[in-house]
Write a protein that binds this ligand. Sequence first.
Ligand SMILES: [Zn+2]
Length: 165
Amino acid sequence: MSANFCLRCGQALQAVDLFGKRRQRCAQCGYIHFEDPKVAVAAHAVQGQQVLLVQRAVEPEIGKWALPAGYVDRGEDPRLAVLRELEEETSLLGEVTGLVEVFFNTSSAIPVIVIVYRVRVVSGSLMAGDDVTAAAWFRADALPTLAFESTRQVIAAWQRSARSG
Ligand SMILES: [Zn+2]
């Protein structure tokens, strides 16, 4: 997030060239405002021949289906963040069993690094939760309309492996 005033002392920040980039610095106390990257996590959960998807209740791509996903909080382990998001959106408890892919999504105003984990569901009853209108398991040959290029790529790779397996 950008800032106009110093988060430490409240003075107006000035734009200066620092460490190879234009950055906001406080002339009063020397505070430099670094813009941290935004990081999201997504869960690729498969059970038998089916993949777990949630229908988005918020923009962007409202109404389309995606992997259970959300932003990582500062200080939060992304492996725990993905399980938290899974539980919040689907009421299912899972465990991380591997890394699927890391995407750099530049389609929205703020670019997002998306870490997709392979997740095994261990317990819970499927129920739509935060930010989603529905949550369901889908077979590879009966998928709904998908949101996001990263979802489509993960699902396409899964379909290929399901066909060859
Ligand atoms: Zn300051």
